[in-house]
Design a protein around this ligand. Sequence first.
Ligand SMILES: [Zn+2]
Ligand SMILES: [Zn+2]
Length: 416
Amino acid sequence: MICITGSLVLPDRIIECGSVLVAGEKIQKLVRGSKPPRGALQLDFRDCYVAPGFIDIHVHGGAGADYMDGDEAAVRQVNRAHLRHGTTTLFPTTTTASPDQIRAMIEACAKVQKHWTPADGARIGGVHLYGPYFAPNKLGCHPRLGRRDPKPEEFRRYFRGNRVRIATCAAELTGAAAFYRLARHKNCLITCGHSDASWPEMEAAFRQGVRHVDHFWCAMSSVPSVRARLGTPMRGSMEQFVLAHPEMSTEVIADGEHLAPELLNYAYRMLGPDRLCLVTDANRALDMPPGRYRFGHRDTGTWFESNGRVGFLPGKGLASSVVGLDFMVRTMARDTGAPLPEIIRMATLTPARLTGIAHQTGSLAEGKQADLVVLTKQLEVKSVMVAGKLVHGTPPAGAVGPARPKSNKPTLIRAR
Ligand SMILES: [Zn+2]
Ligand SMILES: [Zn+2]
């Protein structure tokens, strides 16, 4: 048994000094205090936070690879990179691309998911089918050639085998209703993104199962953009629709480059930690030097530039982020008034719940996978454990063998 001691970050509070007892791959229980049970190996992180591992529902790449490269080596390379940033479960995200490229990406992710070991980095929770079904006027940095409207003969193949767990389609496209219907049948988190949808189009999409929109304020409709498309009277957009419907959730790219502090704070205050996720939307330039890279497939993706802080298309706009979820957590701590348990919840339990994996991971709770990130008090990643194995960082000094037996019986902490 392993006893991990530190300030435990629970979904609703911090236990200043507590221990997570890990047996095999699972959390056996949480206890107050730092005394390890007899025979347990203690990892004493008393000056640090012990939080659940992060969960990223929108991520394209890292360490030079993009999931759309479509082979297992690329998938592992990205997963290992994000693990170093505290992410223990992620949802590899497609871009606009040819049907063959999308199929290759889904296959490669499925193989890595099936044969996963802790050495492979973050676990795959499922694929996020994101591109190709975007609105032509909201493509952002995605390759234009790879965009199209949804056709059942194409997308039916992607949904086979239940590898896709998150499904995005712009609500105004012809064929969106059929796409949403199948995604709902497959029990996916259904989302509308890269879309210029109006309120009435969102209403229809909501009836068909849409409950989430991708990266709030980025590549999505606004009142002026809907007015430009549909004229007057001015109509509500995706923004108003999400804010007005408690069943709707969304996500922010909190890298400090996409959204200014007032928008991050606004999103947190209006939506709260149970309807807002932190995502990286990271591309292959994560942990790479500044330079030119491709967004999407290594041969056909759009060229963009990274300055080490963000990706951008010179003279046009941003091209997704180049930092990990730990960076997003630090930005939220700096830029919003949110308490730490809520910031961590937006990167863990909330995305876990939305994607239906909260019974396995997403919080420090008895019976869940021992997926943990140890953060310094400055919220830098010190160590990462996935499925009970310490896979990143070094054990604290003194953690060399079974602890001396102690007689005090620790008190249990009840957590959700
Ligand atoms: Zn996007
Ligand atoms: Zn994206």
